[in-house]
Design a protein. Structure first.
Length: 100
């Protein structure tokens, strides 16, 4: 049913065919921001399977102290390690990654 609803909505909004389930695309309907973020993190894991687990460092999640709590919650649920990067390191252009 979700696939039919997403395709119907996509057609109503004149999305390109490749964004619809019928055209090989698709999407998902979610109730909360945390659920949406988890879907994005699941896509991250799917991409990781394509590029190989050794490249996990290439797929990162950035947030600041202004980010909605749902992102922190979703990354914990997904088992993503927290690594801190200070603003001073960013300004210097040579960050040193530390566990936060």
């Amino acid at each position: 049913m979700e696939m039919a609803v997403v395709d119907c909505l996509g057609k109503a909004l004149h999305w390109p065919e490749n964004l619809l389930f019928a055209g090989g695309g698709g999407g998902t309907l979610v109730d909360t921001s945390c659920e949406a973020i988890l879907c994005a993190l699941a896509a991250r894991d799917r991409k990781l399977a394509d590029i190989g687990g050794k490249r996990i460092g290439d797929l990162v999640v950035y947030w600041s102290d202004q980010t909605h709590f749902a992102l922190r919650k979703a990354t914990r649920i997904a088992g993503i390690q927290r690594i801190a990067l200070s603003p001073a390191e960013l300004r210097a252009g040579e960050p040193t990654w530390t566990r936060g």
